[in-house]
Design a binder for this molecule. Structure first.
Ligand SMILES: *Cc1c(COP(=O)(O)O)cnc(C)c1O
Length: 364
């Protein structure tokens, strides 16, 4: 191993988070969302654990594109896989049929394309309804017609399921979610279809959104979907532990500046530690001075600008720190939510931007 920047993927935590999904949405089928390389955790590695039938494995996977689905099939994963945005061009329906994928139909162009091709076998379909996200989905008014067309389409397996996506389920005010659920019920009334509505925030915050299927993403990875509630309080355990080591320690005198642009100046004589992790590893460059970092299990503040391969911390509280000492950038004991807040972003972005050059270690 060369650079000490490393991400440990904790399979026990992953299984525990899946168990929490099952306990929170009992009897519902689970479509585990593994898009974007399983939120940076490694697509195939995560799907193997989640799909393990010895541990009440998930019922399906959700991905963002054909390439992600192909990677799962190539790894021997046989469970249903849904393309969450459906196809990007009509020819992808052929690949979807060949790989036995489920597609979302969110727009009339996708519906027309499915009607006008000839597939060797029909494919399973979720019809996506726009109930207020206003990003993807057939309008509530057009749902019945689109669903009936799919029902008559020889390329679509019957019955076609209905899904929608919640825009504000993570917010404390439930008003928008209630309106979305009411619109969905209106659109789905009298159509005999399975329902799939809830993301992590819906699963945890809105039991009335569970339907026959739920679609957890971020909670599987042990992160809270809410700004107002932390993962630990929800019973979730972080799956990714991003670690590195101190590679230098130096004395810095009061009045001396640290890092590019000299944006942080020490007010006292202190020790500054340099950590081998930077924005090219996926640590956010916008993390402010004061962002917590754990050195030897103790919190110390980030100081100065994060650079490409390194960042600095003030070791004033750790006069005995040594080169080689362990550093936790996020994970157990330092929720990624805190780093996201300090960097003006959300934990989703930090997790899925962990860089390919970071060595991955699996921990069972
Ligand atoms: C990403 C995604 C999810 C998962 O959302 P989380 O907030 O991570 O639980 C669910 N449904 C769809 C359609 C998505 O794109």
């Amino acid at each position: 191993m060369t650079r000490p920047a490393q991400a440990t993927i904790d399979f026990t935590a992953l299984r525990c988070n899946l168990a929490l999904v099952r306990a929170t949405a009992p009897g519902r089928r689970v479509m585990a969302i593994v898009k974007a390389n399983a939120y940076g955790h490694g697509l195939v590695r995560i799907a193997r654990i989640l799909g393990d039938s010895d541990t009440d494995g998930v019922d399906a996977f959700g991905v963002a594109c054909l390439e992600e689905a192909e990677a799962l099939r190539a790894a021997g994963i046989e469970r249903p896989i849904t393309l969450l945005e459906g196809v990007f061009e009509p020819s992808e329906y052929h690949a979807a049929a060949r790989l036995g994928l489920t597609v979302v139909v969110h727009h009339v162009w996708q519906l027309e394309a499915l009607e006008s091709i000839v597939l060797p076998v029909p494919i399973a379909v979720w019809l996506k309804v726009d109930t207020g996200m206003r990003r993807l989905g057939i309008s509530v008014a057009d749902t019945r017609d689109a669903w009936q067309r799919l029902g008559n389409c020889r390329n679509a397996c019957a019955p076609v399921g209905l899904m929608t996506h919640l825009a504000c389920a993570d917010e404390q005010d439930p008003c928008v979610t209630h309106n979305q659920l009411a619109s969905f019920r209106g659109a789905a009334a009298e159509l005999s279809a399975e329902w799939c509505l809830a993301n992590s925030a819906g699963i945890l915050g809105h039991p009335e959104s569970h339907g026959q299927w739920v679609r957890p993403g971020i909670m599987l990875y042990g992160v809270s979907p809410f700004a107002h509630d932390c993962a630990l309080a929800l019973g979730l355990q972080p799956v990714m532990h991003f670690t590195s080591r101190l590679i230098a320690i130096k004395r810095v005198r009061a009045g001396e500046a640290v890092g590019y642009g000299g944006t942080w100046t020490s007010t006292t004589d202190t020790l500054v530690g340099t950590v081998a992790a930077g924005y090219a590893d996926g640590y956010p460059r916008h993390a402010r001075s004061g962002t917590p970092v754990l050195v030897n299990g103790q919190e110390v503040p980030l100081v100065g600008r994060v650079s490409m391969d390194m960042l600095c911390v003030d070791l004033k509280s750790q006069p005995d720190a040594r080169i080689g000492d362990p550093v936790l950038l996020w994970g157990k004991g330092l929720p990624v939510e805190r780093i996201a807040t300090a960097a003006g972003t959300i934990p989703y972005e930090l997790l899925c931007r962990i860089a390919p050059r970071v060595a991955i270690k699996e921990q069972d």
